[in-house]
Ligand binder design. Structure first.
Ligand SMILES: Nc1ncnc2c1ncn2[C@@H]1O[C@H](COP(=O)(O)OS(=O)(=O)O)[C@@H](OP(=O)(O)O)[C@H]1O
Length: 368
């Protein structure tokens, strides 16, 4: 085998040259990145790729798009308009005023999903959507828009499924949801108690006769061919026998339903909001609710504007010039005219239930 001194002397030089080339390419690449042209480093992920446009920070629309895609998933599972949480007439995205803080929290990783500490449990057609939307104006409240129906229809899916539905919250913010059917579902008090015995429970109640008519009006809007309210109310009209198995009637027997809740929760953990006062004095009723939730009074008369055409209070930003937002067409429907004699008989039927309810809650709601 031939000995070659030349070969031995050139090898280290070649190696050095090779290392130098690699170092040089790395330096060039780093300079290129620092000049802003590199699109593979995480820092620049949110920027426009086009170097002619300035970098764009994460914006409100990005989060709204994300939230909309989430709520669409829930929409697909629900049939009732309110279950979808889409009660607003216009600029629905603007209703949740505090999304920006959500973006900040999401970016610094300080947000987590929590099980609700307070729930609006009822009653159907009481004004639950209005209350939830009013509460969402509060910076310390985050609420899921759609009705999760976890404790009555989806319980087998488990608490982790439920938690996943919740919005992210920062330290000190309350998580809330509303599902009006909870109040009248026998299994629900025990199930909520099993989640947390400290859960605060809010019930929006309304004159049970008007509530029944509102309930009927909603059903008729979906099934126009149903029998009249008058005929559904009675099992036997001549015997004056009211059909208490009809849900529109049954839901209004508030004292009966409340008894179930008191087997698990003390009265101090329940707040009863007057559906009537939520319309005539929303700021006053909201003061009670914020106090009950241990929150400072942020939602005040400045947030409300009575809309005479709609006949209801609508929401406005106190500092902005934007138009007030009213709840959508499914809230505040025109009720059919009901035979006054039937209304009187229903009022008589509810009288003892109302009386008992006033005694239990220590509050006369003035329905009689
Ligand atoms: N601010 C405001 N705007 C519109 N509507 C308002 C408002 N406050 C309370 N209400 C009353 O809310 C009633 C509907 O109640 P819910 O939201 O609980 O209905 S549901 O059970 O979720 O379907 C709805 O009942 P109807 O009038 O029978 O449609 C309203 O009377």
């Amino acid at each position: 085998m031939e000995y070659s001194p030349h070969c031995h002397s050139t090898q280290p030089v070649k190696n050095k040259l090779f290392v130098f080339c690699i170092m040089l390419s790395l330096w060039v690449y780093m300079l290129y990145c620092c000049a802003g042209y590199c699109c593979t480093t995480p820092t620049f992920m949110m920027e426009e790729r086009d170097s002619r446009n300035p970098p764009r920070p994460l914006q409100k629309q990005d989060l709204e798009m994300f939230l909309k895609s989430q709520s669409r998933d829930l929409l697909n599972n629900e049939s009732d308009a309110d279950s979808k949480g889409d009660g607003w007439e216009e600029n629905k995205g603007d209703v949740v005023y505090d999304e920006d803080s959500g973006v900040a929290g999401a970016l610094n990783g300080s947000e987590t999903k929590k099980l609700p500490q307070a729930i609006i449990i009822g009653v159907k057609k009481g004004g639950t959507r209005a209350l939830l939307e009013f509460l969402r104006l509060h910076p310390d409240i985050r609420a899921v828009g759609a009705e999760p129906h976890f404790f009555d229809r989806n319980y087998e899916k488990g608490l982790e499924w439920y938690r996943e539905l919740m919005p992210e919250t920062q330290e000190g913010q309350l998580t809330m949801e509303k599902t009006p059917s909870y109040f009248v579902t026998k299994e629900v008090p025990g199930r909520i108690h099993a989640m947390s015995k400290d859960t605060k429970l809010i019930v929006v109640v309304r004159d049970p006769v008007t509530r029944a008519i509102s309930d009927y009006t909603q059903t008729r809007s979906k099934k126009p061919d149903i029998p009249s309210f008058e005929s559904l109310t009675f099992k036997n009209i001549t015997a004056n026998l009211i059909d208490t198995s009809w849900s529109a009637v049954q839901i209004g027997m508030y004292a009966r339903h409340l008894e179930q809740w008191l087997q698990f929760f003390p009265m101090s953990q329940l707040l009863f909001v007057s559906g009537e006062r939520l319309i005539s004095d929303p700021a006053g009723e909201m003061a009670r609710v914020q106090h009950f939730l241990g929150l400072r009074r942020e939602v005040t008369h400045k947030h409300f504007h009575f809309n005479p055409a709609k006949g209801f209070p609508c929401l406005k930003r106190p500092e902005g010039n934007s138009k007030p937002h009213c709840l959508g067409k499914t809230k505040g429907r025109t009720h059919p005219n009901i035979d006054p004699d039937v209304i009187q008989r229903l009022q008589d039927f509810y009288k003892p239930f109302n009386k008992k309810f006033y005694q239990m809650t220590g509050h006369d709601f003035g329905w009689d």
